[in-house]
Design a protein around this ligand. Structure first.
Ligand code: MOS
Length: 726
């Protein structure tokens, strides 16, 4: 039943408010915490005055660097650690960025904690700082040298500089995006409670295992004594894919006062408390012959970093193979700034890379007089131009053809400003493509079938709205030929299974593989055939037991066995997959229409058509929703979202949902989603590749290209604003 239209699991609970999120947990005796954050851009705390705060009735505790918290750092997630950054606040007087926590107030009530936090005063010895790449005082390092991992080396094929110089038609432009913040609806926060020496954490996260591993390291206790529960996540998007620095101090506070403590960060704090999408500045050079055949590409990227961590960048992984480009040179650098460590935000590199590459391709289409769809089809790659290996599957051409058909692309007149509406609005149609690598991680799945014909699956994975539990329900019900109602999928709890972090669009493909293996084991134990429908109640009853259990741990092709140990430890396990005979990516094509209102020049997006190649569609209902959501994200990325940096005082200033502008319902028109739906068996026996990230890749470029078609203006910096098209 992989592929059946099973309704979203948990939908009713969510819309009726019955779903309990991490911070909805309210144990008896709960106390409330509120952080105090630095107002200096960089420097040292010379004085911290907590007297007035401590005098507020109900205040129980104020933690700061003046105490010995008895904790160490958890380490950076991409450097053998667990946290979104290596810096753990509250351990010393050093301020690395504006918004860094300097104290944590705990009180009987949220009101008292908030009031007291507002009364803490700090004095600083301020130092100069730089919050934007390009400002004085930043430092630039070459990734290839700074992070010597083979998969982060510059991608070079042929002689791109020579071929570019010799190309009769050339584009050489700079494109920029970011910073942006994920801003999921569920705020960052959690509830911690001690029971003797055991710690229970309720927190919305994509990485219960990393929270457990990191807290164990920070608190110096056995991970077995920590349980992290994350049943529902109100949006992750990468913001919640690692341990955040509030949690260990919260556990210290709970232990000191002998009560459970809850912390929910105010929205404004979340802009500095967790990762964000860094600034990425792309110089893209494309060379083609006069017929529009791509000859060379040079893609150089500078990505914003913090002073203390480098986020491993893979922008050129997709730009080097989106088309059949014989000569390619990539170069990625990091620009160190005084912010928290930027990190993963949906399609973290690919969204920005595709905006740059697919804008440049559109510019080349105009320079060569070729139709943008026809140009892309003519430059499609039959094999991977980087390695020469075949693709496990590549249906980008089909995505483009089906998308063009559904969109009515044939009606487009190519000249900019050539299409207008009855009201005088300028109409533009744009197209762009996207790709995302097939990533996968080690996973454990345990199935328990009972004599009533029901089955419970406990799986190392997280449900953050992407539809993983629905996809697994479809797969289990389909495999056994039972009603989806008889299936319960439990995820997001370290007491059930070890969990790798769920991100990188690998959640569904990885858990499907483990569930498929556990199903084979279950059938073995039930003595049924390996395929075909099962009378589950009868089969369990025939064993003479109430329940039959089966478990499987699986990992991806080419992943070394120690990756399973890393998964059990809550560490990132990203070696592989390595496919001996191929490379593997998901693909997508987006078609967007923009209308520029004649009076206001407001840019509207009345319709988008997106056609994805994600292998077999595991769950159509949630997959369609995931692509629709990504298109909304793309509208936000293209036309709305920008985290404004204050170069005078540091930090992000539009740190709330009033000023960090995202699309609202009125901004979203018709979104049509279609899938190629051809199975690809490299990742799992269900033929499922990945979808969550590729869905966003190229949306912003399609909109930017449509804006150019409507207005003749080529805007090379996101977001595109009214003033860009006046
Ligand atoms: Mo996703 S940005 O890999 O959590």
């Amino acid at each position: 039943m992989t592929g059946a239209r099973v309704p979203r699991v948990g939908a009713r609970e969510k819309v009726t408010g019955a779903a309990r999120y991490g911070a909805d947990h309210t144990p008896d005796g709960l106390a409330y915490a509120m952080p105090v954050v630095a107002t200096a851009g960089k420097g040292r705390i010379t004085r911290l005055d907590t007297e007035a705060a401590a005098a507020v009735p109900g205040v129980l505790l104020i933690l700061s660097h003046l105490d010995d918290l008895g904790i160490g750092p958890a380490g950076y997630i991409m450097a053998e650690g667990y946290a979104f950054q290596s810096l753990q606040p509250l351990l010393d007087d050093h301020i690395a960025y504006r918004g860094q926590p300097i104290a944590l107030v705990v009180a009987d009530t949220l009101v008292a904690a908030t009031q007291a936090a507002g009364l803490v005063r700090a004095r600083y010895d301020r130092e100069p700082f730089a919050v934007v790449p390009g400002a004085a005082g930043t430092e630039t390092v070459l990734q290839e040298e700074a992070i010597p991992l083979p998969f982060l080396a510059d991608i070079v094929t042929g002689d791109a500089d020579g071929a570019f110089a010799d190309s009769p038609v050339r584009v050489d432009e700079i494109y920029q995006s970011g910073p942006q913040h994920q801003v999921p609806m569920e705020l960052i926060g959690g509830v911690v409670e001690w029971d003797g020496d055991s710690l229970l954490v309720h927190e919305g996260t994509q990485a219960v295992g990393a929270l457990r591993g990191g807290l164990a390291r920070q608190l110096g206790i056995d991970p077995e004594r920590i349980r992290v529960v994350s049943p529902y996540v109100g949006g992750g998007f990468g913001q919640k894919n690692s341990l955040q620095p509030h949690l260990a101090p919260l556990a210290v506070a709970a232990r000191r006062i002998g009560r459970p403590v809850k912390l929910v960060l105010p929205r404004a704090h979340t802009f500095h408390a967790a990762s964000f999408r860094p600034v990425a500045r792309h110089r893209v050079r494309l060379g083609a012959d006069r017929s529009g055949r791509l000859l060379a590409a040079i893609h150089e990227v500078d990505q914003q970093a913090s002073r203390f961590d480098l986020l491993p960048a893979t922008y050129t992984e997709i730009t080097s193979r989106l088309y059949d480009i014989p000569n390619f040179r990539g170069r990625q650098r990091h620009v160190k700034t005084d912010t928290q460590t930027p990190g993963y935000m949906r399609a973290p590199f690919e969204h920005s890379a595709a905006f740059a590459m697919e804008s440049a391709v559109d510019e080349l289409c105009y320079a060569t007089g070729r139709d943008p769809v026809e140009f892309r089809l003519a430059n499609d790659a039959a094999a991977d131009p980087v390695t020469g290996k075949p693709f496990s599957s590549r249906h980008l051409a089909e995505c483009l053809r089906r998308g063009a058909e559904l969109f009515g692309w044939a009606e487009r007149t190519p000249d900019p400003r050539s299409m207008t509406g009855d009201d005088g609005a300028l109409i533009g149609w744009g197209v762009a493509a996207g790709a995302y690598p097939s990533l996968t991680v080690p996973t454990l799945a345990r199935l328990r079938a009972d004599s009533g014909g029901r089955i419970v699956a406990e799986v190392g994975g997280h449900e953050m709205g992407q539809g993983l539990t629905t996809a697994l329900t479809c797969a289990i019900a389909g495999d056994l030929g039972i009603d989806p109602e008889a299936v319960t999928v439990a995820v997001g709890d370290t007491a059930l299974a070890p969990h790798h972090l769920t991100a990188g669009a690998w959640g569904t493909n990885s858990t499907l593989r483990a569930v498929h293996a556990a199903l084979r084991e279950l059938r073995e134990r039930l003595g049924t055939a390996q395929e075909g429908p099962v009378d589950l109640a009868a089969a369990v009853t025939a064993t003479g037991r109430e329940q039959v259990e089966a478990e499987a741990v699986t990992q991806g092709p080419g992943q070394p066995p120690e990756m399973i140990e890393r998964m059990r430890a809550g560490l990132v396990a990203l070696a592989g997959p390595e496919f001996p005979d191929c490379v593997s990516f998901s693909f997508i094509a987006h078609f967007a229409e923009v209308r520029i209102e004649p009076g206001t020049r407001r840019i509207r997006v009345p319709r988008v058509v997106s056609v994805a190649d994600c292998g077999r569609v595991a769950s159509p209902v949630t997959a369609e929703a995931q692509v629709r959501g990504a298109v909304v994200w793309g509208v936000g990325a293209a036309l709305r979202e920008h985290s404004e940096v204050d170069p005078r005082y540091g930090g992000f200033v539009n740190a709330d949902l009033a000023d960090y502008v995202i699309p609202v319902n009125a901004d979203i028109g018709r979104i049509d989603v279609a899938f190629v739906d051809e199975p690809d068996f490299v990742l799992n026996p269900m033929g499922v590749k990945n979808l969550g990230e590729v869905a966003l890749v190229g949306v912003a470029a399609a909109i930017a290209n449509a804006v150019h078609h409507a207005t003749g203006r080529r805007v090379r910096r996101l977001p595109i604003l009214i003033e860009d098209v006046l």
